[in-house]
Design a protein around this ligand. Structure first.
Ligand SMILES: [Zn+2]
Length: 159
């Protein structure tokens, strides 16, 4: 496991615990190179869920797709990979508890947006611009107005 701080590949596991539900293993790690500590949630198995798309088509759920969207939204933002993994892991936990293993892309989008909202406004808005069905530019501007942060527009224009 790579150290998220210095990218050293040799990190040590100092503590390990399985989650109550058994789908993920929590590990506390230590990097001997930069002496930093971090923790990881490692997945044990993948899940079989059907995703219903806006156009009515259905496809199998892919963790990488959700994570890919997050990576794009969080590019150059202070959201680390572990936090993104956490968002997806929590989403999957929610999916596992469902009787009908189906979720709409809309629902996934809402869930991820809610999670991002608490972490980083710019990442949230980037994600929202992709996943929300903005009818016109006014909707988008209104959405942006809800998160009036002074550095926001500058950050978004840098893309
Ligand atoms: Zn390190």
């Amino acid at each position: 496991m790579r150290c998220p701080y210095c990218t050293n590949n040799n990190t040590r596991v100092t503590d390990s615990r399985e989650r109550e539900s058994g789908e993920a293993i929590w590990r506390r790690r230590f990097c001997p190179q930069c002496k930093k500590k971090f923790s990881t949630h490692e997945r044990v198995e993948s899940i079989s869920v059907v995703v219903c798309k806006r156009d009515g088509k259905k496809e199998l759920y892919h963790r990488d797709k959700v994570l890919g969207g997050l990576l794009r939204a969080c590019k150059k933002r202070p959201v680390n990979h572990l936090q993104m993994e956490e968002i997806v892991t929590n989403l999957e936990q929610n999916l596992r508890s469902r009787e009908v293993k189906e979720i709409s892309t809309h629902e996934i989008g809402e869930y991820v947006m809610d999670s991002l909202k608490n972490l980083d406004n710019v990442a949230y808005l980037r994600f929202a611009s992709v996943y929300k069905d903005f009818k016109d530019i006014d909707d988008f501007i209104q959405e942006m107005g809800d998160f009036a942060k002074k550095d926001r527009s500058r950050e978004m224009n840098n893309e």
